[in-house]
Design a protein. Sequence first.
Length: 128
Amino acid sequence: MSYYLARMLDTPFDATVDRVLECLQTEGFGVLSDIDVSATLHKKLGVDFPRYRILGACNPPLAYQALTTENKIGTLLPCNVIVRDAGEGRTEVAAVDPVTSLARVGEPALEPVAEDVRSRLERVLRAL
């Protein structure tokens, strides 16, 4: 079982980031963090790395439900969504598979939340 959901697109990086943000919002997610991995690696290590962003997506009602079910679940939040330049005008978007990651917690009450989040992330990927 894979730990992520992904889709490869024939769209430029910046346009893909904008579209991902729109689609996440449509599914009730806000972006709590936006890490420019390429810029960070260049600044800290002096290396060039293809464009790569990590978006920390959160759906507040679902996060609240998960947190009130298991108070340490915050260690697995928010849901990370990456946008990476795959070269030759292609961009990959991938998101953590919440069903896989939350299954490790061993709390059956989290399964419906994980399924809901996965469905929303799958719709985001399809909408791109």
